[in-house]
Every structure is written in C-alpha cells, then in structure tokens.
Ligand binder design. Structure first.
Ligand code: 13P
Ligand code: SF4
Length: 326
C-alpha cells in the first residue's frame, strides 16, 4: 500500500515537473529516486520529511510528511529499523528521543535552526532562578539539552493548548519571542518570552503585506506564527505549516500567499494545481541542506547517525511525552 502511494506521488511529481525540468534532468532524478526506494526496502528504512523540504524530496521518496507536531507523533509509531529525517537537527533529535532503540540518521549534521541556536540549557537554568516556580515551555525547535532543562515542549500547532493545559496564570515560553507573543494574544495566561527568532519568518514585514494586498486584493494571506505578531494580525489566517495546508481543503481560495518558507508553497502548488500560489517567502538555509543526493548517501553509507547523551535524553523525552500526552 505504502509503495503504491509513493509511486503515484512520484509520478504526479514527474508529470508536474515536465513544465520546468529538462528531460535529461528528469531521467537522472528518476534513477536517484529508484535507488533510494530500493535502499529503503533493503535496509527497512523510512524517510520522515518536514513540509519545508523541496518537492523533489517531499513528493517522491518521503514516507511520512508533515509539520513538526505530526513528525513527532509519527516518529512514535514508526515500525522500521532506520529513520532518515529529512529536516533539521532538532527534528532528528526528536525522532531519536522517541525511538531510542532505532537508528536515526540526518543527511547533513549542519542542518541547524536559528531558534535552536538562540538558547542553551544554562540560559534555561538562569530563567528558573529569575522566575522561580514558573513553568518553562520549550518550542520543539531547540536542542535536546534545552528540552531536558524545560518542563514541557510545544509546537506551533499546539502552543496555545499546551500553555492552557498547565492551569497556571503565568508561563515562560522559549525560545521564539514571536510565537510566544502570538500565543499571548489568544490566551489569558501571561507569557514571558525569550528573544529568539526564526531567520526565515522574522524578515516578513507589515509593509510586505500591505504591498501584496494592493497588488493581489483577492488573495488569502496565511502567516506562520513565527512571524512577528504585527504581521500575523494583518494576515487572514495564522497557523502551523500543517494548519496552512489544511486551510486549502477547508476554505475556497483561488489565490493564496503563504508567509513562510518557500518550499511550502512549491509543495502545495503540486497538491493543489487549481490554486495560484503567489510567492512572498524566504528559503531556510538549514532545510535546504537536505538534498536527494545526501539522502542517497545516508542510505548507502549509513551516515550521519544522531546520538544523544542518555541522561539528557531521559529528561528531554519526558518534556516531549508530556506534550504528546497533554
Ligand atoms: P511547523 O511546526 O509549523 O511545521 O514549523 C516549524 C518550523 O519552522 C520548522 O522549522
Ligand atoms: Fe529554524 Fe526557521 Fe529554518 Fe524552521 S524555518 S528550521 S524555525 S530557521
């Protein structure tokens, strides 16, 4: 069943790519994809891919696709021996934390995240001293050691729910200042933010929206909650990458502008050919480090395995499990 779905998706991608990929390139691509599929079968491996992976990965070799929350949930259920995480390092760590006995590979160890880099475990300890007794919620876009130092995780898809699940009047939410401020607008709980930002979403401005509205008055504008609150306020909808994708099923829209990473629009444009995706987006250089070539190398040469210190892993796993069970 899984194979049939993959072949269908790959074929759909190849049909679509006829308009912009030369024949020679499509043949090379098809050979690479076949080799990856064969290696996956031989090694009993699955590929989990984030919504920001390029169509060449997202629509062809990946077995499970989704936002950070879906990938964490699916990682818990994986039956294969090997997980290849086509995404950034914190996502591969999350998959490893939820599958300590499985081998988890990331095709490029340098695939980081500006949010994950904005805070360390010792920063979290300092926050505990500064705000005694206030629970610390960490966005999953952090290292395992930051998760280990925190009380519970959240993603952009469940942040409000997690904040309110604690039943307290005040929480600390790290490290994304804008996600924290966006959630604060929607809840009575007081949120103390950290000062981290996503380098992709922080660049989107209110002026961008005003310009796009003037040029495309009919278009629906969707913004990821890692955008500044002034931006999300001007958008028609704000939600995680999965919630943005769901919007296409739930609401009628001919023209859509997604204020997020560019590959998201590229992927949805293939799945929803009747919708015109107008681009106002930035590329994430970390997500872009993952390619079909390094996925192939991962499977050929068993590289690069994700390892987490077992003491940190036990504590970090608890923060993720609390989120998944909330
Ligand atoms: P989602 O959790 O909405 O998928 O996006 C988070 C993100 O920016 C991944 O880097
Ligand atoms: Fe990190 Fe932003 Fe890239 Fe997501 S898009 S991995 S939050 S830098």
């Amino acid at each position: 069943m899984e194979m049939i779905m993959q072949v269908t998706r790959a074929e759909h991608y190849f049909d679509f790519s006829k308009s912009y990929l030369p024949k020679k390139e499509r043949i090379g691509l098809s050979q690479k994809i076949k080799r990856i599929q064969t290696l996956k079968r031989e090694k009993n491996a699955v590929i989990l891919a984030h919504n920001y992976q390029t169509p060449k990965i997202f629509h062809t070799v990946s077995d499970i696709v989704g936002d950070s929350l879906a990938l964490a949930r699916e990682a818990e259920k994986v039956q294969a021996d090997i997980i290849v995480l086509a995404g950034v390092h914190f996502m591969a760590e999350t998959a490893k934390l939820l599958n300590p006995e499985k081998t988890v590979f990331i095709p490029d160890l340098q695939a980081g995240c500006s949010l994950a880099e904005s805070i360390t475990a010792s920063d979290v300890e300092s926050l505990r001293i500064l705000y005694p007794g206030i629970p610390i919620i960490t966005y999953v876009n952090t290292s395992a050691s930051v998760k280990a130092a925190s009380d519970i995780c959240c993603t952009s898809g469940n942040a409000k729910k997690i904040v309110e699940s604690l039943g307290v009047p005040k929480v600390i939410m790290i490290p994304d200042e804008y996600l924290a401020r966006n959630v604060a607008k929607a809840t009575d709980v007081t949120i103390i933010p950290w000062k981290g930002h996503c380098q992709v979403h922080e660049r989107i401005t209110c002026e961008d929206i005003h310009r796009m509205r003037a040029d495309h008055p009919e278009a629906k504008i969707l913004a990821h909650p890692e955008c500044p609150p002034e931006v999300t306020q001007l958008a028609d909808f704000s939600g995680s990458t999965a919630e943005m994708a769901e919007f296409m099923d739930q609401k009628r829209a001919n023209d859509v502008i997604l204020l997020t990473e560019c590959s998201m629009s590229d992927n949805l444009a293939i799945s929803y050919p009747h919708i015109n995706f107008i681009r106002l987006c930035n590329l994430c250089p970390h997500m872009q480090r993952i390619t079909l070539d390094n996925i192939l190398d991962t499977l050929e040469y068993d590289q690069y395995e994700v390892h987490i210190d077992p003491i940190i892993a036990d504590k970090a796993r608890l923060s993720i499990k609390r989120m998944l069970n909330a």
